[in-house]
Design a protein around this ligand. Structure first.
Ligand code: NAP
Length: 535
C-alpha cells in the first residue's frame, strides 16, 4: 500500500471547473492541490461527449474563461457555437498555458473519501492505489457526466454495435451504409440526428417526448466579430454576469402579452432567423406565464408543421406536452428538415413502446426493426449521479448517497451538511445547468477560493454548512422553481424524473445567476451566514 501523501486539496475532475479550481488554489493561494481525473485527458464533459454534431449551445465568445485577460485575447474561436473538438482544444490549451498538467493525475478515479474528525482532513483513495490526506475535498465532476443507459431488455442479445452519446468512441463511428437507430430526442439526439442521417443508409428515430428546438444558425465568426468580442470583453462579461442565464445578451424587459399578435409574431420571426437562445429572451415572461409561453410554443409548433412535409410526421414532432423552454431547449442545424429526407423515419414510442431489443434490432409493440447500430442519446443521471457514485463519507460516517436518498440537500449548492471542508462546484441547488455554465463555474470557483483563503488566513480547520441552512435553502430552491413553469415538466431531468427510482426534487436554482451571486456574496458579508467554522 502506498504512503499517504499530505496535500492541501483534492479536486475531482479535470474539466472547466476542476482546472480553474486547481489554478486558483495553486496560483492565487499558494496551496498544494491534485486533480484526480478518470479519463486519459483533460476536458470533462467535452472529453466524453464526442458524438457526431456535438457542440455547445452557448456562443463561443461566452463559453470561455474570463478570469485571464491574456487568455481572452489569445484564444480565437472559429464559429458562433463551438464544436466539441474545438472546445477540447481550448481546454488543452488552458492546461498547457497555466502549466496545470503536473498537478492532474489522469486515468485515476477517486474510489473512496472519508472525513477524519480527529484531524479535520479527508482521507482519499484512488483506484490506482494512491492515498491522500487533504484538508479540502472539491468535487468538479460536472452536472451532466453520468451517462443514462436505459434498462431495455435484450441489449445483451443485440449483435450489432451500440453506443451511448456520452461515452463516444475516440475513433468515431462510421455510419456509411448502415441501418441506424437513435433513441432520444433531447439536445444530444437533436444535434446528432442530422449528422447521422447524412451518412447512414437509413436512420430511424425513436421519440418518446416530442421536443421544441430552435435553429442555431451556425456560422463561422467574421474577423469583425472576433475583433469586437476582444475589444468589448469587459462589457460582454458584465452582461453575462449580471443577467439571469449567464448568456451574453439580456432578456428584453417586455411581456409577450403587452404587444399585438402581429408585433409578437414579427419579433419571434426575427429571433428565429437570428437563431439561438435569444428567442427565449425576446420577452420577459416566457418562463413565468403560461399564456406568454403558449405564444412562443405555438410559433415553434407552426414552424415544425411548415418545415416537415409529411403531415403525420409533423404531427408527431409538434404534439408537445410541456411549456417551451421548461426543459433546456435544444438548438439545432436542420433538425426538423432532416425528417424530409427519404432515409429518415420517426417512430413514436409513446404510441408504440419499445418492448425489447432483439439480436437484430428493436421490437416495439407494433413491429420489429432491423439495425446495424443503435445510438442511445438518452441523457444523464444529472446533477447528482456522478456525486453519489463516488463513495464519499462525511462526519459520523455519513454517506453522501444515503444522505441524499430523498433528494440532494445542500446549502447554495456549495456545501452539504455533515461533509466539512467539502465543496461541490455547480452542485445541486445552484443555477448551473439553467445557465451558460462558464460564468456559473467561475462564480463558484471564486467563491470557494475566497472561502478557503479566509480559512487559511484565520487559521481555521473546518467549515461546514448547517442542516438549518440547507433546509432553508431548499425552500428557496423550491420557491424559485415554482415561480417559473419549469416544474411543469414532469419528465424532466431537472427533477430527476428521467431516472427510474430517482427522487423527484427540482435540483437547479431557478432564481437567476445574478441574484444567486448576490445571495452568495451576502452570506459572506454576514460573516459566512449558514456556515460554521472551527479552529
Ligand atoms: P435528455 O435531455 O435527458 O434527453 C434524453 C432523451 O432520451 C429524451 O428524448 C428522453 O425522452 C429519451 N429517453 C431517455 N430514456 C429513455 C428510454 N428509457 N426510452 C426511450 N427514450 C428515452 O439528454 P440529452 O439530450 O443528452 O441532453 C441533456 C442536457 O445536456 C441538455 O438538456 C443540455 O443541458 C445538455 N446538452 C447540451 C448540449 C449543447 O450544449 N448544445 C448538447 C447536448 C446536451 P423523454 O424526454 O421522454 O425523457
Amino acid at each position: 500500500m502506498s504512503a499517504v501523501q499530505q496535500i492541501d486539496a483534492i479536486i475531482v475532475g479535470a474539466g472547466f471547473s476542476g482546472m480553474y479550481q486547481l489554478l486558483s488554489l495553486r496560483d492565487k493561494l499558494g496551496l498544494s492541490a491534485k486533480v484526480l481525473e478518470a479519463a486519459d485527458g483533460v476536458g470533462g464533459t467535452w472529453y466524453w461527449n464526442r458524438y457526431p454534431g456535438a457542440r455547445c449551445d452557448s456562443e463561443s465568445h461566452s463559453y470561455m474563461f474570463y478570469f485571464s485577460k491574456e487568455l481572452v485575447h489569445e484564444w480565437e474561436w472559429s464559429e458562433r457555437y463551438p464544436q466539441q473538438p474545438e472546445i477540447l482544444r481550448y481546454l488543452n490549451y488552458v492546461a498547457d498555458k497555466f502549466k496545470l498538467r503536473p498537478d492532474i493525475a489522469l486515468n485515476t478515479r477517486m474510489s473512496n473519501a472519508q472525513y477524519d474528525e480527529a484531524t479535520s482532513r479527508w482521507l482519499v483513495s484512488t483506484d490506482t492505489g494512491e492515498r491522500y490526506s487533504a484538508k479540502y475535498l472539491i468535487t468538479a465532476v460536472g452536472c451532466l457526466s453520468s451517462a443514462n443507459l436505459p434498462k431495455i431488455e435484450g441489449l445483451k442479445d443485440f449483435t450489432g454495435q451500440w453506443y451511448h452519446t456520452g461515452l463516444w468512441p475516440h475513433a468515431g463511428v462510421d455510419f456509411t451504409g448502415k441501418r441506424v437507430a437513435v433513441i432520444g430526442t433531447g439536445s444530444t439526439g437533436i444535434q446528432a440526428i442530422p449528422v447521422i442521417a447524412a451518412q447512414a443508409a437509413h436512420l430511424t428515430v425513436f421519440q418518446r417526448t416530442p421536443n421544441y428546438s430552435l435553429p442555431a444558425r451556425h456560422a463561422p465568426l467574421t474577423p469583425e466579430f472576433k475583433q469586437y468580442a476582444k475589444a468589448h470583453a469587459d462589457d460582454i462579461y458584465k452582461i453575462m454576469t449580471t443577467n439571469t442565464n449567464g448568456h451574453p445578451f439580456a432578456i428584453v424587459d417586455r411581456s409577450a402579452l403587452a404587444v399585438s399578435s402581429e408585433e409578437r409574431e414579427a419579433i419571434f420571426e426575427e429571433q428565429w432567423k437570428m437563431g439561438g437562445f435569444q428567442f427565449r429572451a425576446a420577452f420577459n415572461d416566457i418562463l413565468s406565464s403560461q399564456e406568454a409561453n403558449d405564444t412562443a410554443a405555438d410559433f415553434i409548433c407552426n414552424k415544425i408543421r411548415e418545415i416537415v412535409k409529411d403531415p403525420a410526421t409533423a404531427e408527431l414532432l409538434s404534439d408537445i406536452d410541456h411549456p417551451f423552454a421548461a426543459k433546456r431547449p435544444p438548438i439545432d442545424a436542420d433538425y426538423f428538415e432532416t425528417y424530409n429526407r427519404d432515409n429518415v423515419s420517426l417512430v413514436s414510442i409513446r404510441q408504440t413502446p419499445i418492448e425489447r431489443i432483439t439480436a437484430s434490432g428493436i421490437k416495439t409493440s407494433e413491429r420489429e426493426y432491423a439495425f446495424d447500430i443503435i445510438v442511445f442519446a438518452t441523457g444523464f443521471d444529472a446533477m447528482t449521479g456522478s456525486l453519489v457514485k463516488m463513495d464519499i463519507n462525511g462526519r459520523d460516517k455519513r454517506n453522501l448517497k444515503d444522505y441524499w436518498q430523498a433528494g440532494p440537500r445542500t446549502y447554495l449548492g456549495l456545501q452539504v451538511p455533515g461533509f466539512p471542508n467539502m465543496f461541490t462546484i455547480t452542485g445541486p441547488g445552484s443555477p448551473s445547468v439553467l445557465c451558460n455554465m462558464l460564468p456559473a463555474i467561475e462564480q463558484h470557483v471564486d467563491w470557494i477560493t475566497d472561502c478557503i483563503r479566509h480559512m487559511q488566513q484565520k487559521g481555521l480547520d473546518r467549515v461546514e454548512t448547517t442542516e438549518q441552512a440547507s433546509q432553508t435553502w431548499q425552500q428557496e430552491v423550491d420557491r424559485a422553481a415554482n415561480a417559473t413553469l419549469l416544474p411543469k415538466v414532469k419528465h424532466s431531468w431537472y427533477l430527476g424524473a428521467n431516472i427510474p427510482g430517482k427522487p423527484q426534487v427540482f435540483m437547479p436554482y431557478a432564481g437567476g445567476l445574478a441574484h444567486y451571486r448576490e445571495i452568495c456574496n451576502n452570506a459572506v458579508a454576514q460573516g459566512y451566514k449558514g456556515f460554521e467554522f472551527n479552529h
